[in-house]
Design a protein around this ligand. Structure first.
Ligand SMILES: O=c1ccn([C@@H]2O[C@@H]3COP(=O)(O)O[C@H]3[C@H]2O)c(=O)[nH]1
Length: 270
C-alpha cells in the first residue's frame, strides 16, 4: 500500500468541526465558523459565548468537495457557514440526515447538491471513499416513521483508512455493537457529557470524557480525538478527565488534543 493510502491531513476548526484532506478530496464535517449559537435566544444571558474566534473564514474554503452534517443544531449545521461554503466551493456537495434537507435547501443550497443520508445505506462518494452513516443518540435516538435517523455519526472508509466521527451521541450498547464491526484508525468523540442542570436549560448531552476514553480503548482506535469541550464552558466538563482516564486505565491508547485551527498529518503505521 502506498504512503498516500495510509495518510491524511486533519484540521480541527472548533466545537466538533474537522476538515479532512486526502488524495485531492477535501471534506468538512460539522463546520461551525460563525457565532450563530451565541445569538440564539432562550438561554440565560452569556450562556453561549464562544471562547475563540472561528479559526477559518468559511468564505476562504474554496477546495471543499463535501460537507457532512451530523444533525441540525446550529453548532453542526450553521446557515452562515454553509452558505459561505456553498458559494466558495461551487462543486461542493452536502450530506446530512434526510430531515435536514429542507433546512439546507432553505439556506439557498441547490437541491442537486444535497444528499440524504441514513444508516440503511452507505454512500460511495468516490472510488476510494465510502461513507457509512452510524446511528447517534443525542440524548435519544430519533427516527422518522420510515426509519431515517435525525442524528448521525459517519464512518469514512477512505483508501486504507477508517475514520469515525461520532457527531453528538451518548455511549450506548447498540453503538458499541455497530462500531465493533470496524477497525477504526481515527475516532472523533464528543466528551462534554450531560447533567440535569443543562437538561433543564434544554441542552441535550453526549457521552462524557470517561466514556469516550473507555470506548476508544475498548475498540482499539489507533488514535482518539476528543471534541466538543473547548468552545462553550457552560456545556463542557473540561479536558483533564479525558487525559486522566487514558493515563489511569488505558496507558498506551494514543490520542491527540487539537488547538482550534491546528492541522495534523495522520499516518497509519502498521
Ligand atoms: O440550534 C441549536 C443549537 C444548539 N442547541 C442546544 O445547544 C447545544 C450545543 O451543544 P450540542 O450541539 O451538543 O447540543 C445543543 C443543543 O442542546 C439547540 O438545541 N439548537
Amino acid at each position: 500500500m502506498s504512503l498516500e493510502a495510509n495518510q491524511l491531513t486533519i484540521q480541527y476548526v472548533g466545537q466538533v468541526g474537522v476538515i479532512l484532506r486526502k488524495n485531492d478530496i477535501a471534506i468538512a464535517i460539522d463546520p461551525y465558523l460563525t457565532d450563530s449559537v451565541d445569538q440564539l435566544g432562550g438561554s440565560p444571558d452569556g450562556f453561549w459565548v464562544r471562547r475563540y474566534a472561528p479559526p477559518v473564514k468559511p468564505e476562504t474554503l474554496a477546495d471543499l468537495n463535501l460537507v457532512l452534517c451530523t444533525h441540525e443544531h446550529m453548532d453542526h449545521m450553521d446557515p452562515g457557514t454553509l452558505r459561505a461554503i456553498a458559494e466558495a466551493s461551487p462543486s461542493c456537495r452536502f450530506g446530512a440526515p434526510r430531515v435536514c434537507l429542507p433546512a439546507l435547501e432553505a439556506m439557498g443550497i441547490d437541491p442537486s447538491r444535497l444528499q440524504a443520508l441514513g444508516v440503511q445505506e452507505a454512500w460511495s462518494f468516490a472510488d476510494e471513499l465510502t461513507i457509512q452513516p452510524i446511528p447517534a443518540w443525542h440524548e435519544e435516538r430519533v427516527q422518522d416513521k420510515e426509519g431515517w435517523d435525525h442524528y448521525l455519526g459517519y464512518m469514512l472508509q477512505w483508501d486504507n483508512l477508517c475514520l469515525y466521527h461520532a457527531g453528538d451521541t451518548l455511549l450506548k450498547d447498540e453503538l458499541v455493537e455497530v462500531l465493533s464491526g470496524y477497525t477504526i484508525d481515527v475516532g472523533f468523540l464528543p466528551i462534554n457529557g450531560r447533567d440535569i442542570f443543562r437538561n433543564r436549560l434544554g441542552v441535550v448531552g453526549n457521552m462524557n470524557a470517561l466514556e469516550a476514553a473507555d470506548l476508544a480503548a475498548y475498540l482499539h482506535f489507533d488514535i482518539v480525538v476528543p471534541v466538543h469541550f473547548d468552545m462553550y464552558p457552560n456545556n463542557s466538563e473540561g479536558i483533564s478527565p479525558f487525559v486522566d482516564r487514558l493515563y489511569q486505565k488505558h496507558l498506551g491508547q494514543k490520542f491527540h488534543i487539537f488547538q482550534p485551527g491546528e492541522t495534523l498529518v495522520y499516518r497509519k503505521v502498521n
